[in-house]
Ligand binder design. Sequence first.
Ligand SMILES: [Zn+2]
Length: 376
Amino acid sequence: MSEERDAYQRELRSAAKRLGLPVLGNIEATLLRHATEAIAALSSKCNLGDLSELLQHAATSLDLEIVEIHEDRDLRSLLDRIPPTKEPALARVQMELDDKTDAIVLQRQNPEPWDRRYLAVINCRTWHAYRRYFSKWHELVHLLLEGRQLRLAFRKTDVERKHPEEILVDKIAGELAFYPPIFVPTLLEEIDEARRLTFAAIERVRKRIAPEASWHATLLAAVRHSPQPIYAIRARLGLKKAEERQTTDLLSSVTEPPVSKLRVRDASANAAAEALGIRVHLNMEVPTASIAAKAFEAAWGTVQSGREDLGLWRTSGGPIGQGPVTVEAVRRGDDLWCLLHFTPATGKAIRRQGTPARARTVKRSPSKPLWGDDAD
Ligand SMILES: [Zn+2]
């Protein structure tokens, strides 16, 4: 783990050096500020209505052409327009834009005077389409961090982001894709007087300013910028780790097989919720008495909402908190999506002395993909 962290720190330092930025303090924050300021500078000159316009405008300013590939026909027409005989890298695009690849960005070697210098080819086939908005921002951020000269004339973005540079680019793209000066005022306009974020508000925001973004990515951004303490949870039917082992253990066939329960798969909090000290743990059970569990039984897409006590939500160490919580939940396919709104009266549970060590060492959620994996 620390090896990965070291590699990431090295990446931060080399990106900062390349851009002539100070290699001191929180370099990730410095790089994010640099990228945000670059977008601010080029968006200040015109009145941009939504985030797709911002993206288009930023691409033009960076001399980047973006091409979406939805089907073979799109790739053929790209190759007709820019034949590999003229631009050899296009032959590689044809070979390498496979199901493991989200996008490719390349520097044109023989552009016509009217051509843009860089070309981003975005994989929009099947499920990749859900990520296309994010993939475009990702490729644009590569250019922002390269200082306008690609070190590699051909750069492929794999679905699995392992390289520290890809992780850094994703972090910055996650912020810029929901550029706060456009996203936050719209979000606040769409939130009701109670300042509570709802699924309906998230969808209104998406339709108004980020129609290309996925539902999931917009939800994550809305939670991050919500003015009130909030948690977003995705839950699915599943077993505890120990139960999974039990089902694969032949000897266990004499005992009752474990029953799948609704368990937390992803959990994202905003800073205000984290400050309350309340933590929703991965794999914890969604309480059967919760409004969230009712939404899972309800018809697809039917939103259930109401108030309950956070004391219902428990791990083996006891409740994760106490006090009122407003719950909004909806089932989409096999997933249950849930928003937990805390109030200043919601607090951390006061645990008895001798809380089991297991409860204290529950792993933090790993960092989540920001592009979302679901659209509508
Ligand atoms: Zn990349």
